[in-house]
Write a protein that binds this ligand. Structure first.
Ligand code: NAD
Length: 280
């Protein structure tokens, strides 16, 4: 048996959106915070709804990890500045930033309102920009840091979410630009692109009943592995990119999607046809 230190032993991490929409299962931010704490990081759990982050804190403390909650609206610069200052005050620095906040918005360019467009940009892209804006100088000051942006395969394949897809595409562009701009300061910037995972947020917007079951099965069957994915799958990938094992990896977007980007839809048709149609 190989004994190893935690992947992020002794590091200080900020996870934005570290709570999870209520419901069964686990969100990507909550799971990432738990995995980073398990792997030895002290984690600042940032969420608009502190009770959601408190829930994550309880999970971490039950496992003997160290974390604390910071309530913030990460679309606001003042909150982001205070968030970084709080991490420095409580834990001494910021080594890792996981920009996880996001929410899908359905609609084509025709049926997306200007307000919905702006809201999607704020939640999905502005949050990553602002959190990074204040975390990067701290990381640059110590000559090291790692940022992981949670994007989506929606940035790479059409799915009828114009504003969300554009924002997530922006996040991938932001990832490479920041990797370029801050590489010589010892800062790595990478992204993960989750696919059709099942999280409480996804379940909260789907109608319960056999239609939800059908969609869950379709999400599994659409991938090469034919198995369901969840917040933990994203968390393990994010924690790897966050830690020093990935010290020579920067500017990449790692898909976590059971291979859906590696196949043409036509090839998956037999699997998808085999799924019984919903009855309600
Ligand atoms: N669930 C999926 O299928 C899927 C697929 C691809 C990508 N993603 C991405 O994964 C990320 C998380 O998704 P999830 O399903 O775990 O969502 P979630 O809603 O469970 O978690 C997001 C958390 O962010 C918090 N939050 C929202 N706005 C905030 C703000 N302004 N300031 C601070 N906190 C705020 C919410 O309160 C929530 O606790 C998102 O970026 C999402 O786009 C999810």
């Amino acid at each position: 048996m190989v004994e190893r230190p935690g992947r992020v032993e002794g590091k200080v991490a900020i996870v934005t959106g570290a709570g999870s929409t209520p419901g069964p299962g686990i969100g990507t931010g909550k799971a990432t915070a738990v995995v980073l704490a398990r792997e030895g990081a002290r984690v600042l759990l940032v969420d608009l709804y502190p009770e959601r982050a408190e829930d994550t804190l309880r999970l971490i403390e039950k496992e003997g990890g160290e974390a604390s909650v910071f309530a913030a609206d990460v679309t606001r610069a003042v909150d982001c500045e205070e968030m970084v200052a709080t991490a420095v005050e409580r834990y001494g620095t910021v080594d890792i930033l996981v920009n996880n906040i996001g929410r899908a918005a359905l609609g084509t360019v025709v049926d997306t309102s200007e307000e919905d467009w702006d809201r999607a940009m704020d939640i999905n892209l502005r949050t990553a920009f602002l959190a990074s804006k204040y975390a990067v100088p701290v990381m640059a000051g110590q000559g090291s840091g790692s940022i992981v942006n949670v994007a989506s395969i929606s940035a790479l394949r059409g799915d009828g979410t114009a504003a969300y897809s554009a924002a997530k595409g922006g996040m991938i562009a932001l990832t490479v630009d920041m990797a370029y701009a801050h590489g010589r300061q010892g800062i790595r910037v990478n992204a993960v692109a989750p696919g059709h995972i099942t999280t409480p947020m996804v379940m909260s917007v789907s109608t319960p009943g056999s239609r939800a079951e059908f969609m869950n099965t379709m999400r599994s069957e659409a991938g090469l592995l034919g198995t369901p994915g969840d917040g933990w799958d994203v968390a393990f990938a994010a924690a790897f990119l966050a830690g020093d094992e990935a010290r020579w990896i920067t500017g990449v977007t790692l898909p976590v999607e059971s291979g859906v980007l590696s196949v043409t839809p036509l090839m998956m048709a037999p699997h998808l046809r085999g799924v019984p149609a919903p009855t309600d």
